[in-house]
Design a protein around this ligand. Structure first.
Ligand SMILES: [Zn+2]
Length: 146
């Protein structure tokens, strides 16, 4: 189990390795990465499965755990804004709805994703927060407090 009882959801972009950006040592947090660090239905299913893995080990991925959603500026997913056919599949929404996922604005996107996490009844009791890492300055901005 991660010693800090923390999961980080981040982007696959090699510039934004969550451990490097947040100064995390090996063993301290678990990390899930996908395109954009997005809270998609697929990522939520993975979290639910992970919760069962933790339970099978005698713990619980629930109250007392922190989930940090880490988005960043200049993310490659912004290049897909005009590709609703890809985005609707990724987010599992109707083809005319991917605009609601705010792929062009990392601050809006991280706020959206933290709200999705907090609303998921399969993952009760988690504390979620949202950060945006600026790849130009190296600064991390807290957009959604825990
Ligand atoms: Zn990215």
């Amino acid at each position: 189990m991660p010693s800090l009882k923390t999961m980080v959801i981040g982007c696959v972009d090699p510039r934004v390795d969550p451990n490097a950006v947040l100064g995390i040592a090996p063993g301290e947090v678990g990390t899930l990465r996908n395109v954009g660090g997005r809270v998609t239905p697929g990522l939520l299913r993975e979290m639910v499965m992970l919760r069962e893995v933790v339970r099978a080990g005698g713990g619980d991925l629930g109250p007392g755990w922190e989930i940090v959603v880490l988005h960043h500026t200049d993310c490659g997913i912004t290049r897909l804004e005009g590709r609703p056919e890809l985005l609707s599949g990724f987010f599992e929404v109707d083809r005319d709805r991917p605009a609601g996922q705010a792929v062009g604005d990392p601050r809006a996107a991280v706020a959206h994703d933290v709200a999705v996490l907090r609303a998921d009844t399969r993952l009760p009791g988690l504390r979620a927060s949202g950060l945006v890492y600026d790849v130009a300055t190296g600064l991390v901005e807290s957009v959604v407090a825990p």
